[in-house]
Write a protein that binds this ligand. Structure first.
Ligand SMILES: NC(=O)c1ccc[n+]([C@@H]2O[C@H](COP(=O)([O-])OP(=O)(O)OC[C@H]3O[C@@H](n4cnc5c(N)ncnc54)[C@H](OP(=O)(O)O)[C@@H]3O)[C@@H](O)[C@H]2O)c1
Length: 322
């Protein structure tokens, strides 16, 4: 990753203060670490836990306390109920967290800056999902930012509503629609890859869909996209083009093929993997067959191209020192 020391500072020379919500989670922990290493002043909100930095974002009082303590220039909002099944089971809670918490953050961030003439309002980076699309059939090359959204699940619907809150605000903002994430995170939560790799190493069986297509995104690529956006914001270079971006890996693959290729890269036998079809597996949340995203706009706006599966798994293997 290339960046200069100046990248992480405002024109005043002060380090840009970044609040990362959900920094106890898979994506948040990785982003917070990467921004910290890049020289930003990072305030990690770890989740609802009791330790310092914990706050329940569905509570307006907790959000007020958090924003007062962190006094951020930039908010990277990753906190969410990120499991589709959990959202389907607990619909009210899904909306309370994914929509309600986003609303509290956006409203209070807008408010805080309203009275401060000298203070630039915080820049709000919001993580959303490919599951805002129906995914019956993805267009060739993947869904673009211009394609019509139509979520199938409570999770997708709640994330879409959260997008609308952010995009409807007066804050400078970027909504990042992410594909399935994989990679190395300092969090105890290891996402899809952790579940899959753990199962394979334990001998399986690990059931992976042969008819569910994604454009998997390496966590370090997401962190780099966030870093570039924060730098561009600090330098006053953000344009309306960065309000809505699809942040995906550069290759479309089925979950099953991803698993097999993971085994190839890590010298494991793929015998533990069992290919299954969506129709053969009962699931709580409705599943979307193909929500592949196109990252063409991202490449144009930020000049950055996330890894293919091949490149990503190679980087991951090096990262793990394997
Ligand atoms: N992982 C993926 O493949 C993927 C793909 C597309 C989009 N995304 C999006 O990326 C973001 C991060 O996902 P992730 O996989 O990193 O999620 P994650 O590992 O499940 O972490 C979620 C974080 O949110 C926090 N949180 C949940 N409810 C909260 C509340 N009421 N108050 C405060 N904190 C709360 C959790 O803290 P607790 O410890 O308190 O629960 C945790 O730190 C989400 O917005 C998700 O929709 C993820």
């Amino acid at each position: 990753m290339r960046h200069s020391a100046q990248d992480s500072s405002l024109s005043s020379g002060q380090a840009i203060r970044v609040l990362v919500t959900g920094a106890g989670g898979f994506a948040g922990a990785g982003i917070a670490l990467a921004l910290n290493r890049a020289g930003f002043s990072v305030f990690s909100h770890v989740g609802r836990g009791g330790e310092s930095g914990g706050a329940d974002l569905t509570s307006e009082a907790d959000v007020a306390r958090l924003l007062k303590g962190a006094s951020p220039d930039v908010i990277v909002h990753t906190a969410a109920i990120s499991s589709s099944d959990a959202c389907e089971r607990e619909r009210d809670e899904a909306f309370r967290v994914n929509v309600g918490a986003t609303m509290h953050l956006v409203q209070q961030a807008s408010h805080r800056s309203a009275g401060l003439q000298t203070h630039r309002p915080p820049y709000f980076i919001h993580l959303s999902t490919d599951l805002v699309f129906d995914g019956g059939v993805a267009p060739r090359g993947g869904f673009t930012e211009r394609d019509e959204v139509c979520p199938r699940s409570v999770y997708g619907l709640s994330k879409l509503e959260s997008e609308q809150i952010v995009l409807g605000s007066s804050l400078e903002r970027s909504v990042l629609r992410l594909s399935l994430l994989y990679g190395r995170s300092p969090s105890a939560r290891q996402g899809f890859l952790g579940w899959m790799a753990g199962g394979i190493r334990a001998g399986g069986p690990v059931r992976l869909f042969v008819d569910e297509w994604r454009t998997p995104l390496l966590l370090s690529d997401l962190s780099e996209v966030v870093r570039r956006l924060v730098v561009a914001w600090g330098e006053g270079r953000l344009t309306a083009d960065s309000e809505l971006l699809h942040v995906s890996g550069s290759e479309r693959v089925s979950r099953h093929d991803f698993g097999v290729r993971y085994c190839e890269h890590f010298g494991l036998s793929p015998d533990a993997i069992v290919g299954v079809r969506q129709a053969d597996v009962a699931s709580v949340a409705p599943r979307s067959p193909d929500v592949s995203l196109s990252n063409e706009k991202l490449q144009r706006v930020l000049g950055y191209c996330p890894a293919t599966v091949e490149e990503g798994l190679k980087l991951l293997r090096e990262d793990f020192g394997a």
